[in-house]
Design a protein around this ligand. Sequence first.
Ligand SMILES: *Cc1c(COP(=O)(O)O)cnc(C)c1O
Length: 334
Amino acid sequence: MKTYTDSLCVTFADVESAAKQIEGVAHRTPSRTSRTFDELTGCTAYFKCENFQRIGAFKFRGAYNALSRLREEQRARGVLTFSSGNHAQAIALAGKLLGIQTTIVMPSTAPRVKLAATRGYGAEVIEYEISEIAREELGAKLAAERGLTVIPPFDHPHIIAGQGTAVKELIEDVGPLDLLVVPTGGAGLLAGSALAAKAMCPACEVVGVEPEAGDDLCQSFAEGRIVTIDVPDTIADGARTPRTGDHNWEILQALVDRMITAPDEALVRLMKFFAERMKMIVEPTGCLGAAAVRDGALDVEGKRVGIVLTGGNVDLMRMFELISAQESALEAAS
Ligand SMILES: *Cc1c(COP(=O)(O)O)cnc(C)c1O
């Protein structure tokens, strides 16, 4: 079992400081339980409902923490990020609240609703063709030309500290946990969550869950170095990351006990469960942790288990299509 240390590039003190920084701006989201889920799994599960966070995902925590700490001249020039997902909307909203101009580099194939929502928060959205240029390259070029500060989606100390505030709240609200299960893409959330959990309840085991197709961190743990994979094909669009970041890796190695995966089919089953039984919309990536617990990938019997539900941004028609395709396949097979 790995234990907390103060010698890391980001510490629990940074998470506590982030909590003060976002207080009254980010929502303190509810922690919920489900008797049905507990009966199905044999554990006592506490869901941290970041699907109810501003912009519909935990990303607002890190984005606001990072933007609110910029120096005056950085604020005046503005910030840039590259993302098609929740980080883009989080940066756009944080920028709007703080009066900082934001520029978001997004693929032109991103859903129109996401492009529109991001522009709606007042961000300048620059579209690019995925095939033509790497987004990091384009982002770096634009940032240099315009003097913008780049705020990446996970490899950044203020992002990591901000994301850690969700699990800090969860443990404050429900008490010590035996096990914490965290959906993982680039691992900004996992790194921050591990800092909070290991500092607040040292006996808590911390596990990250990746989509089956995007298991770069499982491979990295096995090899003891950062492994890079091709952009994974999965319905968990918040976790389509080819590799973790250097800050994240330092923290994960020190504090995360285990990485595991969950298949896309399990995410669809959990989306249906949350909608039907708990009356909540949770996006596919947000179901990774719950899917791993539900499918018996972990020994959870009799344990107090924290599960982060990371976001709720899924197109409703897409959600129904995924669920009904799965139901039809099940019927055909029976
Ligand atoms: C970004 C995101 C994740 C993954 O977070 P990382 O910090 O990249 O690991 C998980 N779920 C949702 C809904 C997200 O938006």
